[in-house]
Design a binder for this molecule. Structure first.
Ligand code: C2E
Ligand code: CA
Ligand code: CA
Length: 742
């Protein structure tokens, strides 16, 4: 059964592995998509913001500070030139601009200073690159902007609105009242002034302006005429025309290596601010949009992942958890550090005769029962425990326990409930348990179970459960390392069986049967031994049950019959008096409809007479197909073979079989002769069994007789033969030959 289960689990595991792989792949892909989407969005928005900020700042600097820079450069050039010409009046000239400035020599020492020096090299130093030359801009707390005049007079370039500047060169204090907003110089106003504006005298300009004001030309209120120029556009002409000005200090290199640092104003019009604000809002909205998209995406992927998990982790039959869930979540649970301090048990619960139940009722009813089992198991488990439906009749569980006895009692309670899950039937369940005691490191503190393989643990539980497979009643089996050894041995036997048969490693031993009254040899039983070159001398108990399970037993039976027939024929030819030798035929073999013919042909092949070979059939085999069995026995008898019932009295009563089967020999099981029976009850049973056999015209063989008293007693009761250590152990062919008479 262990072997069969091993195969089932292997198949199961293959499928589970595949599903698990797909599941992980799908899960992985999903997160990749989200990640890529996220990265693209971040890249897109980041790029946009950067592009926007760069360009906007460039635009602001270019448009708002360039003329200031030009002016300061001009002042610096003028200064350098004048100094070179030995012109001392340069400071007066520069002072006339009204602009505070500082001249520094090459060492950075201040040579000349005009106005309030608010230029701080410690605070607010910003480096900007304008026209590829670096300009140092110093901020101060003043809120003014000044445009100096060029060559002592105000310069207005009519083609460049942004160059429309204002200056009050003679009186810097008044000058502070005037601000320029080029934007206000709208087309209407400009058109009204006309193109000949630069040729007009002050008076003509005044007249024109008055006329314009009378005509109500927009913006004309804000201009006045000064020094042959239009000046002084005040900033009360509507919100959009107001501006914010930031004082800055511009530094320009001098030809002698020093520098001129002059105060300038960096002016941002309200319009710019509004655009900036709108763009800011757009950016914020864009970022919000991206965040919302990401959030929606995350929620979506989370919910689809949950759905996917439900599909992956839900058992189609029971609607509870499936093997996948157990495998993934169970392993996670057991590997947790917090789990290491508890004793855990992995269980395999098997619903015995599930297939029978389905055959007798219906698959639907069978599945209903599976659902009920699943529900009941889920009711029994507690937090940090687990139950899942693995395959048709198998469930997997993880339970926490204090000690083995307590766990066993708990499982028994579960089994008691499971057995009566259906009012009309009593179900049977087998439970295999693999214990995982609390894990501790060298210091005695809980240590994570790192190398845990839940599949292996479950397989161990299955292997333990498989040891119960012979019974239909509920039972619990615990896994231990002995089981692993057994499994290993099973694998070795299976691997070796074919080669061993071909190499004739199997030997036939003979155990003689004697007449208890005369001590004469009356028969023998052929018993197999395996003399393996690798594993030594092996008794049948270690390999016959394996062969019975894997079907190799039929080959063994053939091998034994052929060898016994050959030996008997050889002895006959040598003139020995051959007594019948019985050969064990397994129940698996007995159901073959042409078994009698096979045996007959094997004997005929070597020319061995049929009456010196007997066929032994074990008592438990009589529960199989009775009709087929009677048929085979009848045929065997018709070919001249004697048939015996082996191990009579060892298992279930086979009295009924005795009634139906035309058997020749009854072999009383060795158990009758083990230990002392009370009040001689054993003797009574043996006496009656012999009597029964006699009245059915059967001969009797007592097996496992080891002491003289038993021999005497059996002789008294009329037992025909004794096969036991008292007379002889099973011996080699040669030793047996010596016991035979010529
Ligand atoms: P079995 O057919 O009941 O064989 C009798 C077993 O009882 C033999 O064990 C034998 O050595 C043992 N025995 C006989 N007298 C005594 C005794 O006085 N005291 C004790 N303690 N044991 C005694 P063995 O040879 O180990 O065989 C064990 C079982 O293996 C057999 O039980 C039989 O079921 C199976 N077997 C052995 N050879 C074959 C075979 O060739 N084919 C098949 N199908 N089964 C075989
Ligand atoms: Ca036997
Ligand atoms: Ca026997």
């Amino acid at each position: 059964m262990t072997i069969i289960w091993g195969l089932v689990l292997k198949g199961n595991r293959k499928v589970a592995k595949k599903i698990e792989k797909n599941y992980r792949r799908l899960k992985k892909n999903h997160s990749w998509i989200s990640f890529i989407l996220f990265a693209v969005l971040v890249w897109f928005v980041g790029g946009f913001v950067q592009f926007f900020v760069n360009n906007f700042v460039d635009y602001l600097i270019d448009s708002k500070l360039s003329s200031e820079y030009e002016t300061v450069s001009y002042m610096a050039k003028l200064y350098s030139k004048s100094l070179a010409n030995g012109d001392d009046h340069i400071y007066d000239l520069l002072d006339e601009s009204g602009r505070p400035y500082i001249i520094k020599d090459e060492q950075g020492t201040i040579v000349y200073e005009r106005g309030k020096n608010t230029c701080s090299e410690e605070s607010g130093k910003v480096l900007l690159y304008l026209f590829s030359d670096p300009i140092v801009i110093y901020t101060d707390t003043d809120q003014r902007i000044l445009y100096p005049k060029e060559n002592g007079s105000l310069k207005i370039d009519k083609n460049k609105l942004s160059d429309l500047v204002v200056a009050a060169m003679s009186n810097p204090e008044d000058y502070q009242e005037y601000f320029v907003n080029p934007e206000i110089m709208n087309n209407t106003l400009w058109n009204s002034i006309g193109t000949n504006y630069s040729e007009m005298t002050d008076e003509e300009m005044e007249d024109l302006l008055l006329q314009m004001r009378e005509d109500g030309v927009e913006g004309s209120e804000d201009i006045s005429v000064y020094n042959n120029d239009l000046v002084g556009i005040s900033f009360d002409s509507g919100f959009m025309n107001q501006f914010v000005q930031l004082p800055v200090w511009l530094s320009v290199e001098l030809e002698d290596g020093g520098s001129m640092i002059a105060k300038a104003y960096y002016r941002i019009g309200m319009k710019d601010l509004v655009i900036l604000g709108i763009l800011g809002i757009v950016i914020v909205l864009l970022i919000l949009f991206v965040l919302i998209v990401m959030l929606v995406n995350a929620i979506n992927s989370f919910s689809s992942q949950r759905k996917m998990m439900n599909v992956f982790f839900t058992d189609v039959v029971t609607r509870g958890h499936n093997w996948m869930y157990f495998q993934i979540k169970g392993e996670q649970l057991l590997r947790k550090r917090s789990s290491a301090k508890y004793n855990y048990a992995v269980l395999n619960l098997f619903f015995v005769k599930y297939s029978n139940f389905c055959v007798c009722h219906s698959i639907e009813e069978g599945e209903q029962a599976l659902c009920k089992i699943s529900n009941l198991l889920n009711r029994f488990i507690e937090k940090k425990e687990m139950a899942a439906h693995v395959s048709t009749s198998n469930y997997a569980m993880i339970l926490r326990y204090v000690n083995k006895d307590e766990l066993k009692m708990r499982i028994q309670r579960i089994l008691a409930q499971l057995e009566k899950i259906d009012s009309e039937h009593k179900f049977g369940f087998h439970v295999g348990v693999d214990l995982l005691p609390a894990n501790a490191d060298e210091n005695g503190s809980a240590a994570r179970r790192k190398n845990l393989d839940i599949e292996q643990e479950y397989n161990n539980a299955c292997a333990a459960r498989a040891t119960l497979s012979d019974s239909d009643d509920s039972g619990i089996a615990f896994f231990d390392t002995k089981l692993v050894e057994e499994q290993k041995w099973i694998d070795i036997v299976q691997e070796q069986q074919k080669k061993a048969l071909e190499n004739e490693e199997f030997l036939v031993y003979y155990q003689p049967k004697y007449d208890p009254r005369t001590n004469e040899l009356r028969g023998a039983e052929a018993l197999i031994r395996w003399d393996s070159p690798e594993y030594g001398f092996i008794t049948p108990g270690r390999f016959i049950p394996i062969f019975e399970k894997n079907g190799f037993i039929t080959e063994i039976d053939h091998y034994m019959i052929r060898h016994v027939a050959r030996d008997q024929k050889a002895w006959l030819d040598q003139g020995y008096t051959c007594v019948p030798v019985s050969v064990n035929v397994s129940r698996a073999h007995f159901i073959e409809s042409d078994l009698a013919e096979q045996i007959r042909d094997m004997l005929d092949e070597v020319g061995c007479p049929h009456d010196i070979v007997e066929i032994e059939l074990t008592e438990s085999a009589f529960f199989d197909d009775k009709k087929a069995m009677i048929n085979t026995i009848t045929k065997l008898k018709s070919y001249g073979f004697a048939v015996s019932m082996d191990d009579f009295g060892s298992g279930y009563s086979s009295l009924n079989s005795l009634k139906d089967m035309p058997l020749d020999v009854l072999k009383l099981d060795a158990e009758f002769f083990r230990g002392e029976s009370e009040d001689g009850r054993g003797e009574i049973v043996v006496t009656e069994a012999i009597k029964l056999a006699k009245s059915l015209n059967m001969r009797t063989v007592a097996e496992g007789v080891e002491v003289k008293e038993q021999v005497d007693f059996l002789a008294e009761q009329g037992c025909d033969m004794i096969q036991g250590y008292y007379f002889s152990k099973p011996v080699t062919k040669e030793e047996y030959q010596e016991k035979m008479s010529l």
